[in-house]
Design a protein around this ligand. Structure first.
Ligand SMILES: [Zn+2]
Length: 260
């Protein structure tokens, strides 16, 4: 299907006429070894994305919304590679880094999961089955807060993200924050038991920042409890919701500090 391709520039000051003029100029579209026609293709500055939940997406509206949210200083070019698969070509490391650090992003209340493209990797074969989230860890005892323990907690919740080292400064806060890459096929974690040698077990509780829709029955991201497969496995009265809105971190009035 031919999709109108268009360079989407920072939306800061775009008027309708500016839009029709077509943004700024980038070297001609080149066809790389994967047969992709991408303007100024540079895999190092590419990200690939898909929406967790299925459904039709208006690609033009998606481009405008994401450009307005990201406001990339050097622009971004977006291409619809396949149904629910998008390629984002950025033109500066600052822009791609800022977008990846700020994600998950959403469009029409649907979460867009993204991954940076590894060199020599076909964008169509990038696995998009994890989402990076900030998780707040509550109820850690003062005496047991250490980098080692936070790393253990992070490994329990999901995968290590090397670009987000734990900056443990030993400062007491209501909670500690860790950036974790979470597998979309497994339930979100609600809490975890911890114990220091010779001491009693205690629980730490997790709240997830900016978390997309997840199911209160099975804890998996991307569907609501109305569409849970568990509904088919037991009578309605026996379904227990083990998960709930308390797993969302309180909404902060402060919007993403892009460009700050
Ligand atoms: Zn479910």
């Amino acid at each position: 299907m031919a999709v109108p391709e268009k360079l989407v520039q920072s939306m800061n000051a775009i008027t309708l006429e500016d839009e029709e003029e077509g943004g700024f100029e980038i070297e001609e579209a080149i066809s790389n070894e994967n047969g992709l026609q991408i303007q100024g293709f540079n895999p190092k500055l590419c990200a690939v994305g898909r929406f967790i939940s299925e459904g039709r997406v208006d690609f033009m509206a998606l481009q405008h919304t994401m450009a307005a949210l990201w406001r990339p200083g050097k622009g971004v070019y977006m291409k619809e590679l396949d149904t629910n698969l998008y390629l984002f070509q950025f033109y500066h490391e600052v822009d791609v880094k800022r977008v990846m650090e700020g994600y998950p992003w959403s469009f029409n209340r649907r979460a867009l999961i993204m991954a940076r493209l590894k060199e020599n990797k076909n964008p169509r074969s990038v696995e998009l089955n994890t989402i990076d989230l900030w998780v707040q860890v509550y109820d850690l005892k003062v005496g047991v807060m250490s980098e080692r323990i936070l790393k253990g907690i992070r490994d329990y919740i999901g995968y290590f993200i090397d670009s987000f080292p734990i900056n443990f400064k030993g400062v007491w806060r209501e909670y500690m924050r860790i950036r974790v890459s979470i597998n979309l096929d497994v339930p979100l974690k609600r809490r975890m038991k911890l114990k220091m040698a010779g001491d009693k077990w205690f629980r730490v509780n997790f709240k997830h920042e900016n978390v997309p829709m997840f199911c209160f029955i099975c804890g998996i991201l991307g569907h609501s409890e109305k569409f849970c497969h568990k509904l088919f496995e037991a009578p309605e009265g026996e379904i227990i919701k083990l998960y709930g809105p308390w797993m969302r971190a309180p909404f902060k009035s402060q919007v993403k500090p892009i460009g700050s």
